[in-house]
Each structure stands twice: as structure tokens, then as C-alpha cells.
Design a protein around this ligand. Structure first.
Ligand SMILES: *Cc1c(COP(=O)(O)O)cnc(C)c1O
Length: 368
């Protein structure tokens, strides 16, 4: 055994990335320059979406996406209880009520049949979360949304690089908007950062304005100092350093994906512990490799002693103290809760070597 410490995720930065950032530091623009548009265009080219708005992080992206969707006080938004806080918090940001729909235990993704059960006359948006990188069943979710006149916002924080039925996540073929995260633990990084893609020109212009104070500057206004604030917006811009890093990182996404899938295959074959099932419609750029284990707490602490700093994804959002105000309690979403009781994510990131994988499996087998 060596003494290397492994986390559940880690960024992959090379010399090209470093040069991309230092070049911007030596250029005229540190923010509001050409790199943002170039990064947004690169995301459009990669995902196949018509429009992209880069933002300061995915939480900001989800916030302006629900506002662009028109979500407001008195409305409801449906999301998964098995996700990071932001997927549900963004519904609260708009003053609306978060409603959860339980997961399919095989994928930990929101179950379309459960979504249907929770639709009310107040429902306005559905926010499916592509858990661990695997796309939700978007064709089914899109059909439910069309039937009930709902807007779909994909939380693809885990899923840059993933495919669903041969289309890239982010193409918005089955949704109105898709939100990505570029936090260092995600599939590519801009340190902090995110992006919203859409094919709808009206949503695109709303997103652009909400990202910058609710300000519009169009037509004749572009020739002068004039601008108009037409709604309340934010400063959710990404800067040029982040965009340059993003452009450089995005060029490596297919390589990252291949390595992530190799590692998942290796764990599946060599550990043979209960894990998520990949559906035939999916070709995921896996972000997480969760296993399900009976004595999870014991395993967590023994793993730490052996230099494996693992993480639990996620504490079901409806069980958080803040969410009690909506009347939620432990027991409301049994599949998500049962999943949470056993899940723990193993190291999964492109820079893991084959020797690292042998070492990680060796340590895990010593604990089991
Ligand atoms: C990471 C994450 C977010 C938030 O991303 P930030 O860029 O850190 O704001 C949102 N949803 C999910 C599912 C995430 O994993």
C-alpha cells in the first residue's frame, strides 16, 4: 500500500489550460471581452444548442433559468430529492414552492411516473437532474411537460459530455433550457462557472439580461451610453480567465469521457458491488461512481483512515431543516431515502492511473 490520498473527484489541469489563462491575464480584457462569446459558441458547437449564456456558477444559471421561465410566487416547480441543494433552492429563489418526485432506484434519476403524480394546477417547471452524469428519460419527461404545458429545465451539472438517444445533453431537444456546472469536481472546470443552453431566442435574450442587472442595450442604444433596465437582474457574469479555461477544458471533454467510462467499467468488473445501472438510451460521461453499501458509516470512516476521502451524494433535499417549512419530512420519498442510507461515491476522475485503480480496489477490499 502506498500513502497516496484520493478524493471522490478532482480537476484535470494541464499546461495548455495554464497558458490559456495566463494569455488572458496579459490581454486587454479580464471580463466582458471576446473569450465569453468564444466559450459560449464552443458549447453551442459541442452540444448542438442554438444559444448559450455563460454564468458565474450553475446555481446562478438555475436562478436565471427559472426566472426566464416565468416562475413566481404561487407557482410550483418539480425536481428530484436526490440532488444538490441548488436544483430545489432555485425554485425557492423565485418565491415558488419546491415539489419533489421520487427517484427510480436503478438510476437514482427522477421517475417520470412520479412526476405525473405531483403535477398540480400550480406546476410551472420541471427540473430533472441527470444524476451521476446519466441523462434522465427526457423523451418521457418532455411528453409530460407538453401535455401539461410546463417548462423543462435540465440540471445537467453532472452531465456535460453525456448523450441521450444519440443527442448530446444540452442540445435542448427535449427541454427548454439546460444548465451546466464547471465547478472543479464536475466534468470540466472553469474554477467556478456554469452555462445555460437553449434553442429559444426569447429565453436567450431574457437570460442575457438577467445575467447583467436586467439591462438591455440594443439597436440605437449600442451607439451611445444608453441602456435600459427593464427587470430586476443580477451580476452573474463569468469572467475572461474562466472562459479561456473553459475553452481549453472543453477541447478535452471526449478524452475525459473515455477515461471516466473506462474507470466505471473497471470498478463494475473488479468490485462487483451494487451500483447504478446504465440505461440503453444513455451514453454517459459519468461524473460519480456511487456504490451501495450496508454499513456505510463504518465504511466511510475506515476508508478515510486508508486515504480514501469519499463523499455521500446526496442527503435528500426534502430532509434539510429549511425544507421543513414546506411540510416535508423524512419518510416522504422512500426511494431517495433508501438510496441515501447506502450510497457513497468512489474516486472518479480522468487523472486516476491504472496503478491508482489497483490501489483503490485493494484498499476497498481490505475494508469490506
Ligand atoms: C454542483 C451542482 C450544482 C451547482 O453547481 P455550482 O456551479 O457549484 O453552482 C447544481 N446542481 C447539481 C446537481 C450539482 O451537482
Amino acid at each position: 500500500m502506498n500513502d497516496k490520498v484520493f478524493g471522490y473527484s478532482h480537476q484535470s489541469i494541464d499546461e495548455t489550460d495554464v497558458k490559456a489563462v495566463t494569455d488572458v491575464l496579459n490581454s486587454a480584457f479580464l471580463t466582458c471581452g471576446p473569450k465569453i462569446k468564444e466559450f459560449e459558441q464552443a458549447i453551442c458547437n459541442y452540444t448542438g444548442a442554438k444559444y448559450c449564456v455563460a454564468v458565474s456558477n450553475a446555481t446562478a444559471g438555475l436562478h436565471i433559468a427559472v426566472l426566464a421561465a416565468g416562475l413566481k410566487s404561487g407557482d410550483e416547480g418539480i425536481t428530484s430529492p436526490m440532488t444538490f441543494l441548488s436544483s430545489a433552492n432555485c425554485i425557492c429563489f423565485a418565491g415558488a414552492k419546491p415539489v419533489f418526485a421520487d427517484i427510480n432506484p436503478e438510476t437514482a434519476n427522477i421517475d417520470p411516473a412520479e412526476i405525473t403524480k405531483h403535477i398540480s394546477p400550480r406546476t410551472k417547471v420541471i427540473i430533472p437532474v441527470h444524476f451521476a452524469g446519466q441523462s434522465c428519460d427526457m423523451e418521457k419527461i418532455s411528453a409530460i411537460a407538453q401535455k401539461n404545458n410546463l417548462i423543462v429545465i435540465e440540471d445537467a451539472a453532472h452531465a456535460l459530455g453525456s448523450d441521450y438517444k444519440g443527442t448530446k445533453v444540452g442540445s435542448c431537444k427535449y427541454s427548454d433550457m439546460t444548465v451546466f456546472s464547471f465547478h472543479p469536481v464536475k466534468n470540466i472546470t472553469t474554477a467556478e462557472g456554469g452555462a445555460v443552453t437553449t434553442n429559444n431566442e426569447e429565453l436567450y435574450h431574457k437570460l442575457l439580461a438577467l445575467r447583467t442587472h436586467g439591462v438591455y442595450k440594443e439597436g440605437e442604444m449600442q451607439k451611445t451610453w444608453e441602456y435600459e433596465m427593464r427587470e430586476l437582474g443580477y451580476n452573474y457574469r463569468m469572467n475572461e480567465l474562466q472562459a479561456a479555461l473553459g475553452i481549453s477544458q472543453l477541447q478535452k471533454i471526449e478524452k475525459f469521457k473515455q477515461r471516466r467510462r473506462e474507470i466505471v467499467d473497471y470498478y463494475n468488473k473488479n468490485l462487483r458491488l451494487p451500483h447504478l445501472i446504465e440505461m440503453p438510451f444513455s451514453n454517459a460521461c459519468f461524473h460519480l461512481y456511487p456504490i451501495l453499501i450496508d454499513n456505510r458509516e463504518d465504511f466511510y470512516f475506515k476508508a478515510r483512515e486508508k486515504g480514501l476521502n469519499l463523499q455521500v451524494h446526496y442527503i435528500p433535499v426534502h430532509t434539510q431543516p429549511y425544507y421543513a417549512r414546506f411540510g416535508y419530512k423524512y419518510g416522504d420519498y422512500p426511494h431517495a431515502e433508501a438510496y441515501y442510507e447506502k450510497c457513497i461515491s468512489l474516486p472518479l476522475y480522468p487523472n486516476l492511473t491504472n496503478e491508482d485503480l489497483v490501489e483503490i480496489i485493494h484498499r476497498i477490499k481490505e475494508i469490506l
